[in-house]
Design a protein around this ligand. Structure first.
Ligand SMILES: *Cc1c(COP(=O)(O)O)cnc(C)c1O
Length: 344
C-alpha cells in the first residue's frame, strides 16, 4: 500500500483545520463558558455540541468492538462517503473504482467532486472478481468502493475476493456494511488492525431504526480518522442526534429482536414471492430487502403505486432488468403487498 500521506491531496495534508473555542481549553475543568459567543439562556440547546462526539464514540466502541480513536461519526453515511473523495481525490485528475450495480451515492459524490467513477460489472450471480476490479485501476485510482451485503442485489460479496482487493490494491478500499446487522457473515470491522488501507462504513439508518437522526460511521486507522476530522464541518453531528443515538445504544437487544422478526418475515416474503406467477426469480439476500425478477417490473410497480404501496423499481439498473427491490416491513405491510400482487 502507498502511504496515507502520498494518497492524500496536498492541500488537505497541509490543512490547518478550524479550531473551535471548545477545542482550545480541552481537558481542564471548566465552569464558566464565555468563549463561544453562545447565549447563556435556553439550556441545553444554547451550547455547541461536542465536535468529536467522544461520549457517543465510547458507547459505540463497546457495541462495535472498535476503539474510539478508530471511529468517525458523520451526518449519515452520506458524509462518510463524501469525505474520502474530498481528502484523497484530486478533482479532474484522480479516479475511483466500484462494483456495479451498487448504492448510488458513491457515483453522485464522485460526480460532485469531479472525480472519474469506473464501474466494474458484477457477474450474473452478482459476485465480484478481484482481478477485474484491479484491472480497472491505474496510478490515479485512489479508492475502491465495495458494498456487502450489496444494495440493490442483497447478497454478500465473496469474502476471499474482497480480501484479495484489500491486499492487492495500492489505494484505500471502502467496504460499506450498512446491512451487516442482517447478515451472518463476519464483519470487516474485525480486520481493521490488519489492513491500514481499509475503511468500513456502518449506519444507524437500517437495523438500528434511526434513519431520521442521520448518523453514519466510518471505522479506519487513526491516521485516516484524523484526516476526516480535519476536513469535516466542525459540529457535523448535532446535539439531538448524539443524545438520541446514546439512547438507542442503551438497548442493543431491541435491535436484535427487530432483526430476528425482520429475518423471519423476509423468509416468509421470499416464499410468497416464489409462488407468484408474475415472479420469475428471487435473488439470495443477506439484508432487510430482497431483489425479485418480475414478468414486467414497471407495470407492476405502477399498479402497486396506484394501491398506495411503494417498492423500489430497479428495472433501469444494469443487470437488474425487470427487478423490484422489496424492503421488509411489518407483518401487516408485507401481507398487504403480497395480497395486492396476488390480485395483479
Ligand atoms: C441505506 C444505505 C446507507 C445509509 O445511508 P445513511 O446516509 O447513513 O442513511 C449506506 N449505504 C448503503 C449501501 C445503503 O443502502
Amino acid at each position: 500500500m502507498i502511504s496515507i500521506e502520498q494518497l492524500c491531496r496536498k492541500n488537505i495534508w497541509s490543512l490547518a483545520p478550524y479550531s473551535s473555542a471548545r477545542n482550545e481549553y480541552a481537558g481542564r475543568e471548566a465552569r464558566v463558558f464565555l468563549d463561544a459567543n453562545e447565549n447563556p439562556y435556553n439550556q441545553p440547546f444554547n451550547r455547541y455540541p461536542d465536535p468529536l462526539q467522544l461520549e457517543l464514540k465510547e458507547a459505540l466502541s463497546k457495541v462495535k468492538g472498535v476503539p474510539a480513536e478508530n471511529i468517525f461519526l458523520g451526518n449519515g453515511s452520506d458524509e462518510a462517503i463524501d469525505l474520502p473523495y474530498r481528502c484523497f481525490c484530486e478533482p479532474g485528475k484522480d479516479n475511483v473504482v466500484a462494483i456495479e450495480p451498487t448504492y448510488g451515492m458513491y457515483k453522485v459524490c464522485a460526480d460532485i467532486n469531479d472525480v472519474e467513477y469506473r464501474p466494474v460489472l458484477l457477474d450474473e450471480h452478482y459476485q465480484i472478481s478481484a482481478d477485474r476490479l484491479l484491472a480497472a485501476t491505474d496510478s490515479h485510482t485512489k479508492l475502491t468502493w465495495l458494498c456487502t451485503p450489496n444494495n440493490p442485489t442483497g447478497n454478500c460479496l465473496n469474502r476471499e475476493e474482497v480480501i484479495k482487493v484489500i491486499e492487492q490494491f495500492e489505494g484505500l478500499v471502502i467496504v460499506d456494511e450498512a446491512y451487516s446487522d442482517f447478515s451472518s457473515q463476519p464483519t470487516f470491522r474485525a480486520q481493521l488492525s490488519k489492513y491500514p488501507n481499509l475503511i468500513v462504513l456502518n449506519t444507524m439508518s437500517k437495523a438500528w431504526g434511526c434513519a431520521a437522526i442521520r448518523l453514519g460511521m466510518a471505522f479506519a486507522s487513526e491516521e485516516i480518522i484524523q484526516l476526516f476530522n480535519k476536513v469535516k464541518y466542525p459540529y457535523n453531528v448535532n446535539l439531538l442526534t448524539q443524545q438520541q443515538a446514546l439512547e438507542a445504544l442503551k438497548d442493543p437487544f431491541e435491535v436484535d429482536n427487530w432483526v430476528k422478526i425482520l429475518l423471519q418475515e423476509r423468509s416468509r416474503m421470499i416464499d410468497a414471492f416464489a409462488m407468484l406467477p408474475i415472479c420469475e426469480k428471487v435473488y439470495p439476500t443477506d439484508a432487510n430487502f430482497f431483489l425479485a425478477k418480475m414478468s414486467d417490473a414497471p407495470t407492476i410497480y405502477n399498479y402497486l403505486v396506484d394501491k398506495g404501496i411503494i417498492v423500489r423499481n430497479r428495472h433501469r439498473v444494469q443487470l437488474c432488468e425487470n427487478c423490484l427491490r422489496i424492503t421488509i416491513g411489518t407483518k401487516t405491510e408485507n401481507s398487504e403487498l403480497i395480497a395486492a400482487l396476488r390480485q395483479f
